[in-house]
Design a protein. Structure first.
Length: 224
């Protein structure tokens, strides 16, 4: 590993980022690629994960994080998401969000908010648990993973999500808030994100999927 800036910890962190970008996805391959000790490589990778610059998939493999792509401004999905989210917001009258999985959390990587009235604001960069909410259901259901031990939904719920192609939730993540989500798929049919609308239960009702499921699925297909 070369020192290039004179700030040792920064150079080591960049070396870890470069290694993951080049394909190092485990602690063993990180230490080999960077020349760092296992303890140092692990400490830096976990710190970078906390800032969204690295992430881990369901199998614990390291990958670059959504916040790194957001800062780079070259993420094709994010570039395409803005107008789709805006149209979904206008079609449903509710706030729209795009989530990506980062380890045991889902991160809001793009959003289109209502311009007026009662809103359910999820800021870009917000990290939410994988144990509640329709976006969490989608990200788990379409990878075939079971519901987490702490989840407020069940494996049966995830089976139903896969069958109908969308998920909805009422007061799972936050009291009084409902949401509807659908999977965004890559060219191989793998889920890469979840697109959602969310708002007060007073507007979306106890069966929000019946109200907005079709629009959310259409937006997801447009991004897929």
């Amino acid at each position: 590993m070369e020192q290039t800036s004179g700030v040792g910890v920064l150079d080591k962190a960049v070396a870890v980022l470069d290694a993951v970008h080049a394909g190092a996805d485990s602690l063993a391959t990180l230490t080999t690629a960077t020349g760092l000790s296992r303890a140092t490589a692990h400490r830096l990778a976990v710190a970078l994960e906390a800032h969204g610059l690295l992430a881990r998939d369901g199998a614990g493999r390291w990958r670059t994080g959504a916040h790194l792509a957001y800062l780079a401004g070259s993420d094709t999905l994010l570039e395409r998401a803005a107008p789709v989210l805006a149209r979904l917001r206008d079609a449903t009258g509710e706030s729209a969000q795009l989530y990506r999985r980062q380890g045991d959390e889902r991160v809001c990587v793009a959003a289109a908010e209502r311009g007026h009235g009662l809103r359910d604001t999820v800021p870009v960069g917000a990290a939410l648990p994988m144990s509640a909410g329709s976006a969490a259901q989608v990200l788990l259901a379409f990878t075939g993973e079971p519901a987490p031990a702490a989840a407020v939904f069940t494996d049966r719920t995830l089976m139903e999500v896969r069958r109908r192609g969308w998920a909805h939730s009422v007061a799972e993540r936050e009291a009084g808030v409902a949401s509807v989500s659908a999977p965004v798929l890559d060219a191989d049919g793998k889920v890469v994100a979840a697109i959602s609308v969310s708002g007060p239960v007073e507007r979306l009702g106890r069966q929000p999927g019946r109200l907005h499921g079709e629009a959310v699925v259409a937006a997801a297909r447009e991004l897929s």
